[in-house]
Design a protein around this ligand. Structure first.
Ligand code: GLU
Length: 526
């Protein structure tokens, strides 16, 4: 059967890059395997999953070109009856029970099966003994074994787990006397007719069982059943909980591979049990290490741009963001860093998803974006640049021919479209001087004198890049200073800023009149 992967976000309004990276990896995996990539919108949190939040999500996916199969997507809220039917099935089979903690309405709890060996990956891992605090009685019931552990300081520490965690359970006192042995009493405990409360216990002695699954990214992952509790699957208000909805929808969508963030590893152990108890084949799992900041902490808004929309608004190209995020935590196995959509699809494999957390590097993304921008078709570049220029009062209704020339000069240098705000000197009447840059460029008083000479040299020439260069060289030669030494001071005086395209071409484009005016303005001011 061909593989079926899915992206199952809970829309909240903004789409975090960590989340969309899960979509990208699923999409790449499905396309590489010539399988299906499905979308499921986990919209059960009605407060956050607003129509706007869902629209944002769909828009972001379309922008990145993450096309999904089997439209429309599956909306989790449409599956309520399915979820409740599955819960009923678990109740009927004895794999779930109702519980009303402290009276009131009843919640439904998924019971980790006592005969846990029917769950794939569950195995005995030997007999162990766990100390318990004698001040708190041990309670054994079908809901689990409740006890207090012993802290490093000898105080009661929270303990307790599902009954299935304690195969062959014996409860011992401090002298080693057996206070309780589950042998022969399993049935009564399981049907609820027997609940045992044991004061003065000192030790639990039991066969530990562990559930292990093979994670396609992380390798073998294990968890002892005595560290797991039964799981609430329907709240007392009757609404199904994430776990059951998620599992039932994966069964409905016939998902074969679940690729998601590694914050879900803990859930996976429980989900494997639910798949099995619902009579479904357990899918394969791959959990992606998270995206972190320079300090190794989860990358968040506090660290800078964290939502896909932020990058779009700043003028990152979808292909660049897709390329960058695909390589954030995955490697093609060679040196390639700039990869097209097709290259990525062809090279992708889960085996090469990196095990360590992936560190977000905005500078690297920005440089990559610059490479994509440099390769844009000039008209498309101009169209995008125009959009980003128009937000500035000096960037509206520009002369088309002049704009085309500016675009031609600047395209290869632009790293993201929002940076067209640095093009103001091409279009505005007045330049804004970067005082810090000027202080640096004009440290030597002789530099200003040189600018005076340059100004008169410019006045006499036909104003093209070549002549401009020659004029500048004649001044540097005359003053005995190195060729090129005046380029940055001239740039500072004419454009106000410290960076830009080649200075000769920049001046030619600005034209003689503007250049002389700007030099005059500069000389009057400084
Ligand atoms: N809605 C969950 C999330 O966004 C889904 C997790 C999953 O992929 O199973 O975290």
């Amino acid at each position: 059967m061909s593989i079926r992967a899915r992206f199952a976000p809970s829309p909240t309004g903004q789409v975090h890059i960590g989340n969309i990276r899960a979509a990208i990896f699923n999409w790449l995996f499905a396309r590489n395997q010539k399988g299906n990539f499905l979308l499921r919108i986990e919209d059960t949190d009605l407060e956050r999953s607003t129509p706007e939040a869902i629209a944002t999500l769909l828009d972001v996916m379309e922008w990145l070109g993450l096309d999904f199969d089997e439209k429309p997507p599956l909306y989790q809220t449409s599956q309520l009856q399915n979820h409740l039917d599955a819960v009923q099935k678990l109740l009927d089979k004895g794999d779930a029970y109702k519980d009303s903690k402290g009276g009131g309405e009843e919640a439904v709890i998924f019971k980790i099966p006592w005969d846990a060996e029917r769950i794939p990956g569950v195995a005995d891992t030997g007999t162990i003994q766990v100390p318990v605090h004698p001040e708190v009685p041990v309670v054994v019931s079908f809901k689990g074994v409740d006890y207090a552990g012993v802290s490093a300081k000898g105080k009661p520490a929270p303990g307790g787990a599902c009954l299935a965690g304690f195969k062959n359970l014996k409860v011992l006192d401090a002298e080693g006397k057996v206070l309780f042995d589950i042998a022969g009493k399993e049935e009564q405990i399981l049907d609820g007719s027997l609940v045992v409360e044991l004061p003065g216990a000192a030790k639990l002695d039991f066969t530990r069982r562990t559930i292990t699954y093979h994670d396609l990214v992380k390798g073998d992952m294990s968890k002892p059943l005595d560290s797991m509790r039964d799981v609430v699957i329907v709240r007392s208000d009757g609404t199904p909980v994430f776990h059951i909805a998620n599992v039932v929808d994966d069964i409905t969508q016939k998902i074969t591979h679940i690729i998601r963030g590694d914050d879900h590893v803990e859930n996976t152990f429980r989900h494997i049990m639910m798949f099995t108890c619902l009579g479904a084949k357990v899918p394969k799992y791959g959990h992606l290490p998270m995206i972190v900041n320079a300090a190794g902490k989860p990358y968040s808004k506090r660290d800078g741009d964290a939502f896909v929309g932020d990058f779009r608004d700043k003028g990152f190209l979808p292909e660049a963001l897709l390329n960058y995020l695909a390589l954030l935590g995955w490697s093609p196995g060679d040196e390639r860093e700039k990869m097209s959509r097709d290259d990525l699809i062809e090279a992708f494999s889960l085996e090469r998803v990196l095990h360590a957390a992936a560190q977000m590097d905005i500078q690297k993304l920005t440089n990559l974006n610059g490479q994509y921008i440099a390769e844009m078709e000039p008209n498309a570049f101009k169209e995008m640049a125009t959009k980003f220029l128009q937000v500035h009062d000096w960037g509206k209704d520009l002369d088309d021919e002049y704009l085309t020339k500016v675009c031609n000069l600047m395209q290869s240098r632009l790293k993201k479209f929002a940076d067209v705000d640095q093009w103001k000197y091409f279009f505005a009447d007045q330049v804004e001087f970067d005082e810090k840059n000027l202080a640096k460029q004009f440290k030597e008083p002789a530099t200003r004198d040189a600018i005076v000479k340059i100004r008169s040299a410019f006045e006499a020439i036909d104003f093209n890049a070549e002549a401009i260069e020659t004029a500048i060289h004649s001044v540097t030669d005359e003053l005995g200073i190195g060729q090129g030494k005046l380029n940055q001071p001239i740039r500072g005086a004419v454009t106000g800023v410290g960076i830009g395209a080649g200075i000769y071409e920049t001046l030619e484009l600005l034209g003689k009149e503007t250049t002389l005016e700007r030099l005059d303005e500069f000389l009057a001011k400084y």
